[in-house]
Design a protein around this ligand. Structure first.
Ligand code: NAD
Length: 421
């Protein structure tokens, strides 16, 4: 999954340069944002179950904190590299900025294969990593979260380790925690809900009724399955879904609730009753109104893009569209809701979790969802207006909205020099 992602560093840098040019920003803005402000590389010993000591390597990249403390996930993966972590931290800076969160961008990773570790080894590794990066993180410095192969249990161990070091409960040091340890209601559904809101707003802007709209979804995990239910709840027809093991297609519509039950019992959506088999490539080029890549990066390529028939693509996944495909889709007039906007609902509710931890006041789920709605609708409208006003695609517009905020913050902080001089 991760080996192709350094590509996103070039993509993000490319977008940054183009957006800065379009906004006629000083060159220093790009120079500052092309680099992470700090990258920490750590090595730490972990005792394995057989008594041996293994040394692991980890990273934490802190890209930019002009708008607030660094924020971003921690991934456990054998192919984690410093370059990848830097690229992903840069993406987080833009993601937080486009939705207007008071956060900068960060990302961390440990080079390991968590599937080979016992629960005890995983816990000692998680605690070891946090001890190693503890001087650099904190509720007002840098706030990690789950990412690839990390989960609420790992966040709980990490929060506990940090709290032991400090001598008090520092719930706000990390988000994505279990509910009983300061996690937020609505966090599990947040990415899909945010994605759904951006799709609904785009459909409204295009005059496309959601009722009866035909939807195809690549990936039926957390993001894909929940966005399917939310769209079906508005009368849309989910006609095709694929996961890593199979696919299901029915032009009359699939029931996402039954599909989720079926996948839970069989491990795949493939073979779902009253459906035909379909593969990823067929799904991406299917005759539909809304296409949602919710699995992996680099799925809609220059080869696939000319065959795409959807009017709206909502990038629930990070980086599912290649640069070449992006150009083709723009020429075809397909509206792409870019990842930094379409999947920002997750980090937005992570922010709400942190606010609840810092105030000690916990919100009911309706309040979380209502505030998420406000954040996502505002961010969508700002991006859509920028897209219309500047005659740029939605991805460029999202980078411009983010960059305008980052520029303003850095200018006012004096990072760009004294204006009176
Ligand atoms: P998940 O692991 O719950 O689900 C991933 C789904 O993709 C699974 O159904 C899997 O079978 C499917 N898949 C994997 N390889 C595939 C392939 N080759 N072809 C078709 N399907 C394939 O993950 P998730 O949390 O739903 O995340 C999906 C994407 O959204 C990722 O790119 C992730 O980075 C991004 N994202 C998720 C969140 C979040 O909060 N969950 C937030 C931001 C971005």
């Amino acid at each position: 999954m991760s080996h192709s992602e350094p590509n996103c560093l070039d993509m993000a840098r490319g977008q940054l340069l183009k957006a800065a040019e379009k906004l006629a920003l000083p060159q220093e803005v790009c120079e500052i944002l092309s680099q992470p402000m700090r990258v920490v590389r750590v090595s730490f010993p972990v005792e394995m179950d057989d008594g041996r000591i293994r040394v692991f390597i980890g990273y934490r990249s802190q890209h930019n904190n002009a708008l607030g403390p660094f924020k971003g996930g921690i991934r456990f993966h054998p192919q984690v590299t410093m370059e990848e972590v830097i690229a992903l931290s840069m993406w987080m800076t833009f993601k937080c900025a486009v939705v207007g969160l008071p956060y900068g961008g960060g990302k961390g990773g440990v080079v390991c294969d968590p599937r080979e570790l016992s629960p005890g080894e995983l816990e000692r590794l998680s605690r070891g990593y946090i001890r190693a990066i503890a001087p650099f993180i904190g509720p007002h410095k840098d706030i990690p979260a789950p990412d690839v192969y990390t989960n609420p249990q790992i966040m709980a161990w990490m929060m506990d380790e940090f709290s032991r070091l400090k001598g008090y409960n520092a719930f706000g040091v990390i988000t994505g925690k279990p509910l009983s340890l300061g996690g937020s209601l609505g966090r599990k559904e947040a990415t899909a809900r945010g994605c759904f809101i951006t799709i609904r707003e785009m459909a409204k802007a295009l005059g496309l009724p959601l009722k009866g709209a035909r939807v195809a979804i690549q990936g039926f995990g957390n993001a894909g399955s929940i966005v399917a239910k939310l769209l079906a709840g508005e009368g849309a027809s989910v006609i095709a879904v694929v996961d890593s093991k199979g696919g299901a297609y029915n032009p009359e519509g699939l029931d996402p609730w039954k599909l989720a039950e079926y996948k839970a019992s069989t491990g795949t959506v493939g073979g779902f009753p009253h459906s035909k088999a379909i593969d990823s490539q067929q799904l991406l080029t299917l005759d539909c109104d809304i296409l949602i890549p919710a699995a992996l990066e680099n799925q809609i390529t220059g080869v696939i893009a000319p065959e795409v028939k959807a009017r709206i693509i909502a990038e629930a996944a990070n980086g599912p569209t290649t640069l070449e495909a992006d150009r083709v889709l723009q020429q075809k007039g397909v509206k792409v809701i870019p990842d930094i906007l379409a999947n920002a609902g997750g980090v937005t509710v992570s922010y709400f979790e942190w606010v609840q931890n810092n105030t000690g006041h916990y919100w009911p789920e309706e309040e979380v969802n209502c505030r998420l709605e406000q954040v996502m609708v505002r961010a969508f409208r700002e991006t859509y207006e920028m897209h219309l006003e500047q005659g740029v695609d939605m991805r460029m517009a999202a980078y411009m909205v983010a960059l305008r905020r980052l520029y303003e913050a850095m200018r006012l902080r004096g990072w760009l020099g004294t204006e009176e001089r």
